[in-house]
Design a protein around this ligand. Structure first.
Ligand code: FRU
Length: 505
């Protein structure tokens, strides 16, 4: 039990107990960030889905609030499912969410804050004439969920998109509205990819190809690309692609059809799902939340009394250097938790070497590291000790690929936990060192390669490497190539997650 309690995270967002899944309706209002989330008030396993609610000044320290919405109407009695917020030009907030009805039909419902001048947005009103959207003809009654944030088209009308499927083709339906009460289903869909199955939690947003700031959801025009993201129900991963959105035809076209949504890039190559962005109008950035589930057993989750955390929010920008991907990076606010640091520069790691770092506890860390490989020695053979997706190779054209992996195979002596190797390739451009950033929080490791080109989140459940036995090592498993490494690591303080009610703001 000591072991299980050590596994609880200290600076990632999570409720005090029980089950959590998708992030919902993130927004910034009157100085506060609001996060809603899929929550089971009764158990550490999915069910009775209710909207949990918490607020924060800095997206790191949180105040838990009473539930925003509970499953108490015929149109959401089987669950107040995932939804998104839209902030209208006059400041009003519109929440659209999926309800699972008394008949297990997926419908879309409208809700809004009872009092917009309440910074806490404590009370939410469900529109009395809900639902506002039913599954349209040709769409299965259980294949219609997770409305996006809405955006305004050139005709001044609002649009939003909702994931679905037709046979095995994943699609995203397009709706138009002026009042968020009545909706027009467009004949054309936003996009479809055969073979990808049900699209959950579609996210659709612009990124600037020239500027460093994020873009509000309605922005379009020259210098703008659109990211389309889908969470594939069939394989439980979040995939995205960059492309162009035509706001007249309401069509999105991928830049590279071979890297289309669901068959190309993943947001995260580890345990990460149902993510959602929002535009932070205060700091002019686009922020990404993602649900990090458990990879242990339900039995263990019930013993722990909790399951899942949310990722540290990540800023999302277009990668101007490669032009082919987005960059995800932990928000700078997380750095406020950094304390005593440890640094080691240009240490040469000979093949087979293992260097323990003088870091007293490895439970809560922020690590940045860079590595240089002797290019001459590196010609020809490439090596790595992990099998899945991690063996670097020379392509037929002579170009090489660099892989970034998270090897969990020796992370635990428990038999009922995930111990796979996650990985993918990462572009390393000429003149760049291989670099990475790791956020370690007990049973979570969020890892970012090359400034966030490739990201891997893993859950680990160490049984021996806990408390003072949790350590950090640098090693080089190659047999013929030396690596020069530089590392800086900070101990991370715990975030403050206050229960409701709290004394004062
Ligand atoms: C994704 C999801 C959504 C749904 C919600 C239910 O994890 O299945 O599609 O709205 O979770 O909790």
């Amino acid at each position: 039990n000591d072991m299980l309690s050590w596994q609880r995270t200290s600076f990632h967002f999570q409720p005090q107990e029980n089950w959590m899944n998708d992030p919902n309706g993130p927004l910034f209002h009157m100085g506060w960030y609001h996060l809603f989330y899929q929550y089971n008030p009764d158990s550490a396993i999915w069910g009775n889905i209710t909207w949990g609610h918490a607020i924060s000044r800095d997206l790191i320290n949180w105040l838990h609030l009473p539930f925003a919405m509970q499953p108490d109407q015929w149109y959401d009695i089987n669950g107040v499912w995932t939804g998104s917020a839209t902030i209208l030009p006059d400041g009003k907030i519109v929440m659209l969410y999926t309800g699972d009805t008394d008949d297990l039909v997926q419908v879309q419902n409208l809700a809004y804050p009872a009092n917009l001048s309440d910074p806490l947005l404590l009370n939410w009103i469900k529109y009395p004439d809900n639902p506002v959207m039913f599954p349209p003809p040709g769409i299965g009654s259980t294949d219609f969920r997770d409305p996006t944030t809405a955006w305004i088209g050139p005709d001044g009308k609002w649009r939003l998109t909702i994931g679905s499927k037709v046979n095995k083709t994943g699609i995203s339906l397009m709706y138009r509205t002026t009042d968020f009460i009545s909706y027009e289903l467009l004949d054309e869909i936003l996009h479809a990819v055969p073979g990808t199955g049900m699209w959950e939690c579609v996210d659709f947003y612009p990124v600037s190809v020239t500027e460093a700031n994020g873009l509000d959801t309605s922005v379009n025009g020259p210098g703008v690309k659109h990211v389309l993201k889908s969470s594939l129900d069939d394989d439980k991963h979040d995939y995205y692609a960059l492309g162009t959105y035509d706001p007249i035809k309401d069509k999105w076209t991928p830049d590279n059809p071979e890297l289309d949504v669901g068959i190309g890039l993943r947001l995260d190559y580890g345990k990460y799902y149902a993510s959602k962005t929002f535009y932070d109008q205060d700091k002019k950035r686009r922020l990404l939340w993602g649900w990090i589930g458990e990879t242990d057993s339900e039995t263990t989750d019930l013993l722990k009394g909790w399951a899942s955390v949310q990722s540290i929010p990540r800023t999302v920008v277009f990668d101007k250097k490669t032009g082919t991907n987005i960059l995800q990076w932990p928000i700078k606010e997380v750095e406020s938790l950094r304390s005593g640091s440890y640094e080691i520069d240009d240490v040469e790691l000979k093949p087979g070497s293992l260097v323990p770092l003088k870091i007293s506890s490895a439970a809560q860390l922020d690590i940045v590291a860079s590595f240089e490989v002797d290019e001459e020695a590196f010609k020809g053979t490439f090596e790595a000790d992990a099998s899945y997706n991690c063996t670097a190779s020379t392509g037929v054209d002579g170009s090489s690929k660099t892989y970034f992996c998270a090897d969990q195979s020796r992370s635990s002596t428990a038999s009922d936990v995930g111990k796979g190797v996650y990985g993918s390739d990462v572009p390393v451009l000429h003149g760049e060192k291989l670099s990475m950033r790791l956020l370690v929080d007990h049973s979570i490791v969020e890892s970012f390669a090359q400034g966030g080109r490739t990201v891997i989140t893993s859950r680990v459940y160490p049984t021996r490497a806990i408390y003072s036995a949790a350590r950090v090592f640098l090693f080089n498993n190659a047999t013929g190539v030396s690596v020069t490494a530089s590392v800086k690591a900070w101990q991370m303080a715990s975030a403050n997650l206050k229960p409701f009610p709290f004394d004062q703001l």
